[in-house]
Write a protein that binds this ligand. Structure first.
Ligand SMILES: [Zn+2]
Length: 494
């Protein structure tokens, strides 16, 4: 009861205080102080509001972004300073895909962090490849001093938020400029085959900022970039001053504060590695160690997993299938992804990997965002497919991976099937091979590329372990095939 009364008293008092402050000396003092604070807040608020007084668009997420008069401003929360981030640059649309294909990342993602230096925000390149595994503080301090973050870019702070919890700066030139670290031109593109060289001239007046999107764990910026380019080789110039435009999607994701636990590779198993240099006093040498590329596949129920039951992972590996594939190829592409579950089952997981269509009603989904893994179609006459992946450089954790299928992979399959198997299989003795046979070949190609996305390199020794007389035995090959790994190049039994 007393407590209730006290509470009532306090409430009443503060109410009265607000109404009758001028009559109370303490009240006058407090009011003055409050007024000063209010005035400051109003002044600060005015600066921020004044800065954004023009009509503008704002999106709020990991980083708040403002688009005003063709310029892009980041409103970076102070608590994101010095946090590791990854910036991926993906081709969304292009005027000539012989320079880079849609969905590809012509440049490696940038591992960076923002820092603040007086009234400047710096974008720093992070180095994580030099370590001391002995946990020797002296060596670690020395490594840190010898590998400080290089400053990639600086941005002048335009204004603070009224509560000073975030800084606003102009990033337009970084995203809508000729930034070589995020160029739309791929050095492995078709235009540069046969030793050809390309020179590019950026067209600033024909380049502009596009759509911006922000989500809790990432932001996305699109830029229309225009250039002219010239292709030349040992026989002279084959194309001169060709107009070129690409719509690029740049996405920034926040990396975990504590990286995933690295796994040292076993040299007997061909897994893509991150190379790390270890300055070890204990081992009395500098040695290279290799962190395996690997997905963060964790059992959803650890106790059941330990009991040997098959469990779902906390987060499955999802591949989104391009909605631009010819409809009749889709089911084989999905099979090429989903058949990996048979192997994940051997290590205790069920439904570890799945293929899904591009979601139609998910406003967050964007195939060009670095956080999504996709299987993309490229309408270009290249007889190949690829399966690159992007990792956290601190640990080798695969963050996303995508397969690119070039159009003439299908022609390659047609040729392989006809030349290598028509002696034995009369179904393929045609110019056009039936869809279900081509489809099965497509399943194989996708499955191999998904293998790269899971971290596997080629494994050419997989077929050589089978004795030749076994390869000549139909009863053996019908049961075991011609190789022990899909990462081998042993497609058909000819
Ligand atoms: Zn391969």
């Amino acid at each position: 009861m007393i407590k209730v009364n006290k509470l009532l008293l306090i409430l009443t008092c503060s109410f009265a205080f607000g109404l009758y402050q001028p009559e109370c000396s303490a009240g006058v003092f407090k009011k003055k102080k409050k007024n000063e604070a209010n005035k400051e807040a109003v002044k600060e608020k005015n600066e921020y509001d004044k800065f954004f007084s023009e009509k503008h668009t704002t999106v709020n997420g990991l980083i708040k972004m403002h688009k005003m008069k063709g310029k892009l401003y980041f409103e970076l929360p102070i608590n994101l300073l010095n946090r590791d981030m990854l910036l991926g640059s993906t081709v969304s649309e292009i005027s000539d895909n012989a320079n880079a294909i849609i969905g590809s990342k012509p440049t490696d993602p940038i591992h960076f962090r923002f820092s603040k230096m007086n009234d400047i925000i710096c974008m720093n390149l992070v180095q994580s490849e030099n370590i001391n595994s002995d946990q020797d503080e002296n060596i670690q301090r020395s490594i840190a001093k010898s590998n400080i973050d290089a400053i990639l870019e600086t941005f002048k702070i335009s204004v603070y938020t009224p509560d000073s919890s975030a800084v606003v700066f102009d990033v337009t030139d970084f995203f809508v400029g000729d930034n070589k670290l995020m160029t739309p031109f791929d050095k492995y593109s078709a235009n540069l085959s046969w030793g050809m060289r390309r020179s590019e001239i950026f067209q600033k007046d024909k380049s502009s900022l596009g759509e911006i999107k922000a989500f809790p764990d990432n932001v996305l910026i699109r830029s229309n970039l225009s250039y002219t380019y010239t292709i030349s080789g040992s026989r002279g110039t084959s194309a001169k001053d060709i107009p070129f435009t690409a719509l690029m999607t740049r996405s920034i994701i926040l990396l975990e504060e504590t990286p995933y636990r690295p796994r040292i590779t076993d040299s007997r198993i061909a897994i893509f590695p991150v190379q790390i240099t270890d300055y070890s006093a204990k081992e009395q040498k500098t040695k290279n160690i290799y962190y395996a590329y690997r997905w963060r596949l964790e059992p959803s129920d650890m106790e059941a997993y330990k009991r040997g039951e098959k469990v779902e992972p906390k987060k499955p590996i999802v591949f989104y299938i391009d909605n631009n594939f010819p409809e009749k190829w889709r089911k084989y592409i999905k099979e090429g992804v989903n058949q990996w579950n048979e192997l994940f089952s051997e290590i205790g997981f069920k439904n570890a990997i799945k293929a899904v269509d591009f979601p139609e009603n998910d406003p967050e989904f964007d195939p060009d965002n670095i956080k999504y893994s996709c299987i993309r179609y490229a309408p270009i006459a290249i007889e190949n497919a690829m399966g690159p992946s992007w990792v956290d450089p601190r640990s080798g954790e695969i963050l996303s991976a995508s397969v690119y299928l070039y159009h003439d992979a299908i022609e390659l399959l047609n040729n392989w099937l006809f030349i290598q198997t028509s002696q034995a299989d009369k179904r393929v003795r045609h110019t056009l091979i039936p869809d279900e046979i081509i489809g099965d070949g497509l399943r194989y190609v996708i499955s191999h590329e998904v293998g790269h996305c899971l971290g596997f390199m080629h494994n050419m020794s997989a077929s050589s372990v089978i004795p030749v007389d076994s390869l000549r035995s139909p009863s053996f090959t019908q049961k075991y095939g011609t190789t022990t790994s899909i990462m081998d190049y042993a497609r058909f039994n000819y």
